[in-house]
Design a protein around this ligand. Structure first.
Ligand SMILES: NC(=O)c1ccc[n+]([C@@H]2O[C@H](COP(=O)([O-])OP(=O)(O)OC[C@H]3O[C@@H](n4cnc5c(N)ncnc54)[C@H](O)[C@@H]3O)[C@@H](O)[C@H]2O)c1
Ligand SMILES: [Zn+2]
Ligand SMILES: [Zn+2]
Length: 406
């Protein structure tokens, strides 16, 4: 079968690989019909989320059809259409039972303290083969697959594998209540769905901070108030628009590849932090391999979290869903403490949220397909990756219909 395979930093290829087989009675094999590319995939190829083993199939977003099931999987049958949650969880340990699926004690082969197990990730996440492939093995399929109605299109369903649940989880961690003022830093797919989720939870005003005009425009169309950090100082602008208070809830949908402003009034402050940013870059990615304009790491890993803490009002909440590697040790702890902020963070407990988000979509309350900007056949997967790594506005789905992968 064809699959997108990680070979090294800045080196991914569409390879022919062996099809997966059932290894455990709790497994299922899924024939994928759609997959997609996430900001997390980019961190791994850029080297800012380290530990990828060459030969690992990439991808942790998938929709498909059950092809084969192990003998202990009783709630599914061959031919069922399913969403695959990105994180792998047993469903029966104490953490899973409380909804902490991303902290499952059982799924990560590195042991209970190793953290989240997910498809297409690095060694510490279990090195599971991912979902940018024609077929995938799904462990613990009883909870690791979610049956979906025919009325849900692949364009909608693929958003429910990772992006929408992560954003919704981020809004939940931000403790958004009716009437709240919110700032979402990073306006790519996760940020766009964080805006939508904040609104579902009753947020009154949502500020959207990024520096790519097409992404800010998409945020504005959702009713958010865009702030371009290459044009204005985002913290000053948020203060000005909130009568000096700042925002009650802040969501980080940026992660380790954060960039600093290169023009406008905030650029000067960033110039003064140049040395600090350089040190942070060394901390998070001692090695990287940019090539022909692709796979550049962000130039200011701590910039977004710095602004987020500065923009939060006293007693407010910061929710971090942008991914930071364990080597990242920068955070403005003193200011956060002074402001008495609450800080919640982590990888999404996908399984907890997907079923209710499916209902929001089938009920017509959310139209996730509107964020989709590109559809590519699998034969163009590597080009799609490069485009996603560059300055594309929205999000790319990789279609895996057999006709297209031939
Ligand atoms: N916690 C989880 O379970 C989980 C799941 C999925 C994705 N993620 C993470 O969410 C983050 C967003 O992913 P994505 O798929 O939306 O694409 P992405 O990583 O490309 O999006 C990052 C966005 O942040 C913007 N940005 C850069 N520097 C900024 C700054 N200083 N201030 C404000 N915005 C800035 C970029 O222009 C871009 O639009 C990534 O870090 C990804 O790894 C986490
Ligand atoms: Zn992801
Ligand atoms: Zn578990």
């Amino acid at each position: 079968m064809k699959a997108v395979v990680y070979h090294g930093l800045g080196d991914i290829r569409l390879d022919n690989v062996r099809e997966p087989k059932i290894k455990d009675p709790q497994d299922a094999i899924v024939r994928l019909t759609a997959s997609a590319i996430c900001g997390t995939d980019l961190h791994m190829i850029r080297g800012t989320f380290p530990g990828m083993k060459p030969g690992t199939i990439l991808g942790h977003e998938g929709v498909g059809i059950v092809e084969e099931i192990g003998k202990d999987v009783r709630n599914l049958k061959i031919g069922d259409r399913v969403i695959i949650p990105s994180t792998i969880a047993c469903g029966y340990c104490a953490y899973c039972r409380q909804g902490y699926y991303a902290q499952c004690d059982v799924a990560n082969p590195n042991g209970p303290q190793a953290g989240t197990a997910f498809f297409g990730g690095p060694v510490p996440a279990g090195s599971f083969d991912g979902l940018q492939a024609e077929y995938a093995r799904v462990p613990f399929a009883t909870v690791g697959l979610i049956k979906i109605p025919d009325s849900l299109t692949d364009d909608q369903a693929i958003m429910l594998s990772d992006i929408f649940p992560t954003a919704y989880f981020g809004a939940a961690l931000a403790e958004i209540n009716e009437g709240d003022t919110v700032a979402v830093f990073g306006n790519r797919p996760v940020g766009q769905f964080a805006i939508a989720s904040a609104k579902i939870m009753g947020a009154e005003r949502v500020f959207a901070v990024d520096n790519i005009p097409s992404r800010l425009e998409m945020a504005r169309k959702q009713g958010a108030e865009p702030i371009n950090f290459d044009e204005v100082d985002p913290v000053e602008r948020i203060e000005q628009l909130t009568n000096g208070m700042g925002v009650r809830r802040v969501i980080d949908a940026v992660g380790v590849d954060a960039n600093r402003p290169h023009s406008g009034p905030a650029a000067e402050k960033a110039d003064q932090m140049e040395q600090q940013f350089k040190q942070e870059m060394k901390q998070v990615a001692p090695k990287n391999k940019p090539k022909n304009g692709n796979w550049h790491q962000g130039d200011a890993p701590g910039q977004a979290v710095m602004w987020e803490v500065q923009a939060a009002e006293k007693g407010g909440t910061l929710s971090i869903i942008g991914v930071y590697p364990q080597t990242a040790q920068f955070f403005p702890i003193g200011l956060a403490m002074t402001r008495q902020l609450k800080i919640n963070m982590g990888n999404c407990n996908h399984r907890k949220y997907i079923p209710s988000l499916v209902s929001l979509v089938t009920g017509g309350i959310v139209h996730p397909e509107q964020v989709l900007t590109e559809r590519e056949p699998m034969t163009s997967a590597i080009e799609a990756y490069k485009a996603f790594d560059e300055r594309q506005p929205g999000w790319i789905k990789v279609e895996l219909e057999p006709a297209m992968t031939a």
